[in-house]
Design a protein around this ligand. Structure first.
Ligand SMILES: [Zn+2]
Length: 162
């Protein structure tokens, strides 16, 4: 059951990426979190985060107020990119850190497990049915007449495994 939920969540994320991917070339899509307890005078408080899609990339941003400058950084490793930029804030330095990943890479990483299960699932169920096991949890159903697996409650075809 837990297993099915994980696959459903992964498939849902893949669908979201597939919808947002082409749209992100037209306009940036995203949501952001800004803490409420931010002190506007000193701009101190918790960090602000945002997550979204921009030009075919999934972008995670963290904005924070820091005391002093550090060297800006930009690292690119294939479809993965990291940036650290700093600009002058009211009193502090506004540091923006960004990690972005190409949408296609994320789609492959998230979609590979559901794709494998999509192929393996029916094969496994067929193998279990042939052996007289529950198709869901592989409990031995030899002699079971109730039509319901006593281990997981999965419906089994009555008489088939008897
Ligand atoms: Zn079962």
């Amino acid at each position: 059951m837990m297993h099915k939920t994980v696959i459903l969540v992964l498939v849902f994320i893949c669908v979201v990426i597939l919808i947002a991917w082409p749209l992100s070339y037209r306009a940036d899509i995203g949501c952001s979190y800004r803490p409420h307890n931010r002190d506007t005078a000193t701009m101190s408080g918790k960090d602000a985060f945002s997550m979204g899609f921009a030009s075919g990339r999934v972008v995670l941003t963290r904005m924070q107020q820091v005391k002093r400058y550090t060297t800006p950084a930009s690292l690119k490793w294939g479809p993965v990119e990291y940036r650290r930029e700093e600009t002058d804030g009211t009193l502090n330095v506004q540091r923006t850190q960004t990690i972005s990943v190409s949408a296609w890479l994320l789609l492959i990483v998230i979609g590979v497990y559901p794709a494998i299960e999509f192929i393996r699932g029916p094969l496994r169920r067929r193998r279990r049915r042939r052996k007289g096991l529950c198709t869901s949890c592989s409990y031995d159903l030899t002699g079971n007449m109730s039509g319901v697996c006593p281990e997981c409650g999965e419906e089994t075809r009555r008489g088939e495994n008897a």
